[in-house]
Design a protein around this ligand. Structure first.
Ligand code: ADP
Ligand code: MG
Length: 270
């Protein structure tokens, strides 16, 4: 039997709302899947925007993230297929908001997702698991960070976005200390980027100095197709592959995969 390599579990996180988390989770997941890697997207946000962006608006799937975390359903019930053969999703709906409260009573409540992952990974041999996190620091985000190998941070090149980044960095440090010492920063991607402003360039420079080597060269421009495609239940590459938005996420996926391959080579070098 072929040994199954450990999958890369990436939390797409930023405590600030509206920075591009969901757009990045959906379109990066789709772009990695389009590059022929098996991807599972788990919607950890009760708003369910990632789910509707791949064809599962609130309530369409009977079971999802809530049922998974509460132990009410197994992988074959919560994993749903999408239009892309290499991309599956565990969708969420409003009921997931209840999990934030109900998890408080659960033993080892921070690692409920981490404990559910092996069964999902046995279900289908995913190479990448992407977690779309909510814009808050509750138990859902903590569960995502505890279950992950790394955090990918989407952010805007704006002044208040720097504060959000600082707060997230403190959270990552706290999660490392308490639960998940191996948690790394996968990378930082600038979303809704407009290179024409001085402020944007300054923010990019400042973040680059603090997080050396972690800022992706690929920047996601403001692109109307990225905001339209969710209402069609499609990632941008299935809605308009020629669009600047779809192309930017394909480029980001190539960068993420190239970094990963570079790391794999380093670790096998004698
Ligand atoms: P978050 O998940 O961090 O709250 P979203 O990905 O939902 O952020 O993005 C917030 C809003 O901005 C959404 O309406 C989304 O469609 C829009 N948006 C995100 N990225 C882009 C982009 N590059 N171009 C245009 N609109 C975008
Ligand atoms: Mg979101």
């Amino acid at each position: 039997m072929r040994a199954v390599p450990a999958p890369t579990v990436i939390a797409i996180s930023n405590q600030k709302g509206g920075e591009g988390k969901t757009t990045t989770a959906v379109n990066l997941a789709a772009s990695i899947a389009a590059a022929e890697h098996r991807v599972l997207l788990i919607d950890m946000d009760p708003q369910g925007n990632a789910s509707s962006s791949v064809g599962y608006p609130n309530g369409v799937a009977e079971q999802g993230t809530y049922d998974l975390l509460m132990g009410l359903a197994g992988p074959s019930e919560v994993v749903q297929s999408t239009e892309l053969p290499m991309l599956d999703v565990v969708p969420s709906s409003m009921d997931l908001a209840g999990a934030e409260v109900e998890l408080v009573e659960v033993e080892r409540r921070e690692s409920v997702l981490a404990r559910s992952l092996p069964a999902l990974l046995e279900h289908r041999e995913y190479e990448y698991v992407l977690l779309d996190c909510p814009p808050s620091l509750g138990l859902l985000t903590i569960n995502a960070l505890v279950a992950s190998t790394s955090v990918l941070i989407p952010m805007q090149a704006k002044y208040f976005s720097l504060e959000g980044l600082g707060a997230l960095n403190n959270t990552i440090e706290a999660v490392r200390e308490a639960f998940n010492p191996g948690l790394s920063v996968e990378g930082i991607v600038f979303c809704m980027f407009d290179n024409r402003t001085n402020l944007a360039r300054q923010v990019v420079q400042e973040v680059g100095e603090h997080f050396e080597g972690l800022v992706y060269d690929t920047r996601i421009p403001v692109n109307i197709r990225l905001s339209e495609s969710p209402s069609h239940g499609k990632p941008a590459l299935l809605y308009d592959i020629e669009s600047k938005g779809a192309q930017a996420y394909l480029a980001l996926a190539r960068e993420v995969l190239a970094r990963r391959e570079g790391q794999a080579e380093e670790s096998t070098r004698p």
